[in-house]
Design a protein around this ligand. Structure first.
Ligand SMILES: Cc1cc2nc3c(=O)[nH]c(=O)nc-3n(C[C@H](O)[C@H](O)[C@H](O)COP(=O)(O)O)c2cc1C
Length: 187
């Protein structure tokens, strides 16, 4: 199997982007991870796949962690925790009590986990976490696909409306206009 072809093919599967955060003594640390998935509701379990070469992989063995889902404007945060950006970038951490897992203030979702099980995943380790608390905040997610960061487009309204789980159906142009305005206001 040619690794480049494999990477390119798997990259067609677009994902959100998370930063897995944890505490090492007094230091708040994080690693950018897009190999994140939900696993089970009962018990509540999630999974992150960590390259064995990362510091996070060994650090999370038996250690509490949090999965922070990044907002659409947090590309620099993703690069910073992937070790590919100016490490002096200011990170807004949520205030955490002593010994608590540090989390990111601007993440659109924060999932705090206790370590559950670890499984062999070749050159990665599949780290499962048992979810202890969740926080959901406003904002669009950052997307990673085909090796690039993007932001979500307008929802598809020409398919089944049943796909829209929460919001009422509105015309596609209205959604697009709303997004243009909200991005303009944010920048
Ligand atoms: C968009 C993106 C997604 C990534 N996803 C993963 C991933 O799912 N698993 C992983 O082990 N590394 C992933 N990485 C690479 C790690 O973030 C990178 O190796 C980081 O330096 C690990 O930090 P650490 O060694 O301090 O733990 C990703 C990088 C980027 C830019």
């Amino acid at each position: 199997m040619d690794t480049r072809s494999l990477r390119r093919c798997l990259g067609r599967f677009a994902t959100g982007v998370t930063v897995v955060t944890y505490r090492m003594a007094t230091e708040a640390r994080g690693a950018t991870v897009n190999a994140f998935t939900s696993v089970s509701l009962d018990p509540p379990l999630v999974l992150v796949s960590l390259a064995r070469s990362t510091r996070a992989c060994s650090a999370l063995d038996g250690r509490e962690f949090a999965v922070n889902v990044l907002r659409a404007d947090q590309r620099d945060v993703a690069l910073r925790f992937a070790g590919r950006h100016d490490s002096s970038l200011r990170i807004d951490w949520d205030p955490a009590g002593p010994g608590e897992v540090p989390t990111l203030a601007d993440a659109i979702a924060v999932i705090r986990c206790l370590p559950w099980r670890r499984y062999d995943g070749g050159d990665h380790v599949l780290q499962l976490g048992e979810v202890v608390t969740v926080e959901t905040r406003d904002g669009d997610p950052l997307i990673f696909g085909d090796g690039s960061f993007t932001t979500p487009g307008s929802p598809l309204l020409d398919g089944s409306l049943a796909a829209r789980t929460r919001r009422p159906a509105i015309p596609a142009w209205a959604e697009a206009a709303y997004r243009v305005h909200s991005y303009a206001e944010a920048s």
